[in-house]
Design a protein around this ligand. Structure first.
Ligand code: XIL
Length: 374
């Protein structure tokens, strides 16, 4: 039985005191199957050096899906043409095996204009000069040649939607500018050819709330999936990132629930791939803040776990100390003092000292409800 209440709550109780990895424990647990909803996190191996308690939490076996936070992104993986950084991904793949987890590949293609994220400048410059699919194909060959069998699920295209860019709702990114909208089906086709056994996913953000933008984004995403399906392409999975934001107001139970059902009707499995919560008001007491974060997490999970097509929930990190929402990575290696503790965003299940927060309990409770219903 995957991750029942007792095991996960046991982890919550033990987490602050955990010092050594629980290896044997992870090895004895049955692997996560399709019968439950798996729990995952993003991770980089050097996080374990900065904060060894992260490893203790992962190795306790409750996080059975690991996504490299950035080391598989083209910009990190091949920052200069032909110079590959295999080591962080190799290490993560080996570590996942040891921890009894599977790896989610993220992402073959991601370009949305943010400097340093996703696609390196040299690729953008080359594509702007002359559209050469060979460049993209070589990345797919390198990445999938090395990890295509070790990693069973891949984000093929990340964040392709931007409804204010074009009438079709597609983001006018470097790939679209070079190849037109056909870059998306071409990416799925290439991935399918080079990793026939892998499951192929589209991953997107800002789909969760009750507002015209998120609504339009859901519509565009669904249209995109339908289009790929109607061309006979294999798209196995859709990733709802789940970057929740307290400033965005109400989660859209009907809209998001309906969207997930429509995906399920198309035969697509759904993963929550990057769950975290961006806070709005950091002047409140820690208790009040944590309660808000946990409450929105519970509401979100209540919506998504209602849909049986949702088979995993990955949080975008374990501890607030290493969360991208801090936006101040230079400070990460510093001592975690009381002040920083308060100023930091508190949108992950474990706090900066890797003690579980109400958000962790919300996750345990929701996943347990789901498991109990099986
Ligand atoms: C973020 C990482 O967390 C950062 O460390 C990195 O600098 C930029 O990317 N959507 C995604 C993730 O799909 O890959 C992003 O991760 C967060 C937004």
């Amino acid at each position: 039985m995957p991750m029942g209440r007792r095991t996960f709550l046991g982890l919550l109780a033990a987490a602050p005191a955990l010092a050594a990895p629980g290896r044997a424990d992870a090895a004895q647990r049955p692997p996560m199957s399709g019968s439950g909803c798996a729990l995952g996190t993003c991770l980089e191996m050097h996080h374990l050096e900065i904060e060894p308690r992260v490893g203790a939490v992962v190795e306790s076996g409750r996080f059975t899906r690991l996504t490299p936070e950035y080391s598989l992104q083209w910009s990190s993986f091949e920052p200069t043409e032909g110079r590959y950084r295999f080591a962080p991904v190799d290490r993560l793949v080996a570590y996942a095996r040891h921890a009894g987890a599977t790896v989610q590949g993220h992402a073959l293609l991601w370009e949305q204009g943010t400097p340093g994220w996703g696609t390196p400048d040299w690729v953008k410059a080359r594509l702007a000069e002359a559209p050469d699919w060979g460049l993209v194909r070589r990345r797919f060959e390198t990445v999938l040649g090395r990890y295509g069998t070790a990693i069973p699920l891949w984000t093929v295209v990340n964040e392709p939607i931007e409804t204010s860019d074009r009438a079709d709702g597609l983001r006018a990114n470097a790939f679209l500018r070079a190849f037109g909208p056909g870059y998306i089906p071409a990416a799925f086709e290439t991935a399918q050819e080079l990793a026939p056994g892998a499951r192929l996913m589209l991953n997107e953000y800002a789909l969760e709330y009750e507002n015209p933008v998120d609504r339009a984004r859901r519509r565009a995403a669904l249209k995109l999936v339908e289009g790929l399906k109607s061309r006979g392409l294999r798209i196995d999975a859709f990733g709802v990132q789940g970057h929740l934001e307290l400033a965005k107001g109400k989660l859209d139970r009907r809209g998001l629930g309906g969207f997930l059902r429509d995906l399920a009707d198309l035969g697509v499995e759904v993963h929550v791939t990057e769950l975290d919560v961006l806070e709005h008001d950091r002047t409140l007491s820690l208790e009040a803040r944590d309660a808000r974060v946990a409450d929105t997490t519970a509401r979100f999970l209540d919506i998504v776990l209602d849909e049986p097509a949702v088979t995993s929930v990955t949080t975008w990190g374990i501890t607030d100390r290493l969360s991208w929402l801090r936006g101040d990575f230079a400070a990460i290696s510093q001592e975690v003092g009381a002040e920083m503790h308060h100023a930091m965003n508190r949108g992950l299940p474990f706090d900066a000292r890797v003690a579980p927060k109400p958000m962790a309990r919300a996750l345990a409770g929701a996943l347990d409800t789901r498991l109990a219903a099986l």
